[in-house]
Design a protein around this ligand. Structure first.
Ligand code: ADP
Ligand code: MG
Length: 305
């Protein structure tokens, strides 16, 4: 379990992270979303014990990080935003170097490294790491973060700058780890990524947590205030003018109409078209995407409506 209590970091009088209160359950895949400069990396650095909070506390499995940095390092894995390796060594040699910081003998190290290279699909690669693509380096970073078989894993923007194949591999690895019961803290500014893999999400903007919950919970909360987008298409005829007091805007495109309404008026639209003997091909509500949720939250967080 990951927990923060009023976690705050001040740099030069500015709050990079402002009174963050988070609770992430064991086995969760948590997506920490926010634009650049929002405070994601600073939060992670405090959670992994690399920097100290200005105020507040954080806990990993009930261990207070700032008071027990060594104990915490035993139970966590961390993939930093810009992971670095020795370019003149192979993946195996790099991992063996880092594994020596953990209490494993040579046999255990060899076995663990073999398993991990297979997991991140770098087994059989004999090339030196200096010649790796960004995606391969990132996957090796993943393996490094898992050397000590951690219970809780922090990944700082692991998919940024990866090609689609690399993103897919990271996603598959995350799923495997989650199935093993690991708790995963995954930061990203890429909404689609978070929607694909995460069970719960938190949205941070200007150091403040502005939303936290499951994706559906957050959507439901925002939907109350939002208009509904309805797409309607006829089978053959041109779309007639549709009128209803709850309609805010309508855009007509031949047989199609895209309606923004204050409520779900699909029933009324359907009845109206039936009365005009028009056959409906499609009538649906367009789900709000994570992008909408994100933009609305960030806008609100910056002092919008
Ligand atoms: P993110 O990872 O979400 O892009 P960061 O946590 O890196 O955001 O940064 C949050 C804010 O804190 C930014 O305004 C950044 O400029 C500032 N910041 C981060 N690290 C430092 C530092 N070491 N010294 C001064 N300011 C910093
Ligand atoms: Mg960052």
């Amino acid at each position: 379990m990951i927990k923060t209590e009023n976690l705050t970091k001040v740099y030069n009088g500015n709050k990079a992270v402002d009174s963050l209160n988070l609770e992430i359950a064991e086995g969760d895949i948590f997506g920490f979303l926010g634009p650049n400069g929002a405070g994601k990396s600073t939060t992670i650095l405090m959670l992994v014990g690399m920097i100290e909070p200005t105020e507040g506390k954080c806990f990993i499995n009930d261990v207070e990080v700032a008071r027990n940095p060594l104990k915490v390092k035993e139970i966590i894995g961390y993939l930093p935003e810009n992971v670095g390796f020795y370019g003149n060594m192979t993946a195996e040699q790099n991992l063996d170097y880092f594994a020596q910081f953990y209490p494993m003998d040579a046999n255990e190290r060899e076995k663990r490294i073999e398993e991990l290279l297979e997991l991140v699909q770098l087994d059989g690669v004999s090339q030196k790491v200096g010649g790796y693509s960004r995606g391969m380096t990132q996957r090796l970073g993943f393996a490094q973060a898992l050397l000590n078989n951690p219970e809780v894993i922090f990944l700082d923007e692991p998919t940024t700058n990866l090609d689609p194949e690399g993103v897919l591999q990271i996603r598959q690895t995350l799923k495997k780890l989650s199935d093993e019961g690991k708790t995963i803290f995954f930061s990203s500014h890429i909404l689609a990524e978070v929607a694909q893999v995460c069970k719960t999400i938190g949205i941070i903007s200007n150091g403040t947590l502005i939303e936290h919950g499951t994706l559906d919970e957050i959507k439901a909360k925002l939907d109350v205030r939002k208009t509904v987008k309805i797409i309607v298409e006829t089978q053959n005829e041109d779309m007639p003018k549709i009128e209803h007091e709850n309609i805010v805007t309508v855009e007509y495109k031949g047989r199609r109409a895209i309606i923004e309404a204050k409520s779900d008026i699909r029933g009324e639209i359907s009845r109206y078209l039936l009365e005009h003997n028009i056959v409906i091909k499609e009538l649906r509500i367009e789900e709000s995407t994570l992008e909408d949720v994100f933009m609305e939250s960030v806008y609100k967080g910056k002092g919008g409506k």
